[in-house]
Design a protein around this ligand. Structure first.
Ligand SMILES: Nc1ncnc2c1ncn2[C@@H]1O[C@H](COP(=O)(O)OP(=O)(O)OP(=O)(O)O)[C@@H](O)[C@H]1O
Length: 310
């Protein structure tokens, strides 16, 4: 992979004050976002937060109503063709050509991305190897498993060795084993220095793969940082989880919030976050029955977006 490293002076992606409306609805609402070259940023947020729309703005599949966008130094949409040529895009929807083999799908894209004829074969071989599909190169897409198809979709976005890859919900709807396989593949990209912007609503995915996470809600980034920093800042070190009937849970919430501590409700329990800061008097009022655990990025997600986790 070829990546220009310039000490982070030029971000691979930069959005400033970007707004995208669909009729009366504002899907992206004054978004500021920078992705440093060579890093993996996880764009995390609930359904409808504006993640896919943001991805589409970067490829000029959607046009912003306001703001400025630069991708690999190219202003978008003005120079979106040049930006598109230098980046890899892996869409949420599988749009592989089912009639063609794995290899043929990659050849078509190598051609579209203008990989020089003399290096096309090598580029296709490398992409097949990266996706562990060398043995399946002559298999029609129709006969590949769901996991293989998804790996091929990612390989297709990488066939021209882009410096930047956009992954829109790369593992949505896949079973845990296939998801873990893809995580290995994405981690390999990151290790090779490719800049990755990955949207996801799987918190574990962002936590495992991303150098930094940007948490998006209602078209804006509401928090950003390394997973560890986000957890420390918004959920503290520890949580205490209290179980009980609804009245008891409401009491716990009221007492904790009264002391300025964030809480998180799951079906049968309430977690009091930043538990290491619970004053002794409140600790006594809450009672000894709480289960202690480490705070998590999932806690941050729920506290900041008010959404449940899937
Ligand atoms: N072409 C469109 N026309 C009208 N509304 C749209 C269009 N595209 C997206 N939206 C709306 O914009 C909002 C943001 O959608 P977007 O797909 O960007 O969210 P998301 O964070 O990617 O969520 P998901 O994980 O469900 O894809 C949603 O409420 C969606 O209904």
């Amino acid at each position: 992979m070829t990546v220009q490293r310039d000490g982070g002076a030029t971000p691979a992606i930069s959005l400033r004050g970007v707004v995208k409306r669909f009729g009366d609805f504002t899907a992206v609402d004054g978004l500021d976002l920078e992705v440093p070259a060579g890093s993996c940023l996880g764009l995390l947020g609930p359904n409808g937060a504006g993640k896919s729309t943001t991805m589409k703005l970067l490829t000029a599949q959607a046009l912003a109503d306001e703001g400025t966008i630069r991708v690999l130094g190219f202003p978008v949409p003005r120079e979106s063709k040049r930006a598109r040529a230098a980046m890899g895009v892996v869409p949420q929807q599988d749009n592989l050509d089912e009639e063609l083999t794995a290899q043929e799908n990659l050849e078509v894209f190598a051609h579209l991305y203008r990989v020089p004829r003399r290096s096309r074969r090598q580029a296709v071989d490398d992409a097949l190897a990266l996706a562990h599909l060398t043995e399946r190169r002559l298999t029609k897409v129709d006969d590949l498993s769901g996991g293989m198809r998804r790996r091929l979709l990612i390989a297709r976005g990488l066939v021209h060795r882009p410096a930047l890859v956009l992954l829109d919900e790369p593992t949505v709807g896949l079973d845990p084993q296939v998801r873990a396989e893809l995580w290995g593949l994405i981690d390999g990209l990151r290790a090779a220095g490719t800049t990755v912007l990955m949207s996801t609503h799987y918190i574990e995915e962002a936590e495992r793969l991303a150098d930094e996470c940007a948490l998006m809600s209602h078209g804006k980034v509401i928090a950003r940082g390394t997973p560890a920093r986000l957890v420390a800042e918004h959920a503290g070190e520890r949580a205490v989880e209290h179980y009980g009937p609804p009245d008891r849970l409401s009491d716990v919430e009221r007492l904790a919030r009264g002391a300025g501590l964030p809480t998180r409700r799951t079906g049968p329990s309430v977690s009091v976050l930043k538990a290491e800061t619970i004053p002794p008097s409140l600790d006594e009022e809450l009672g000894p029955d709480g289960v202690r655990r480490a705070s998590s990025l999932e806690d941050v997600f729920v506290v900041l977006t008010g959404e449940r986790v899937e």
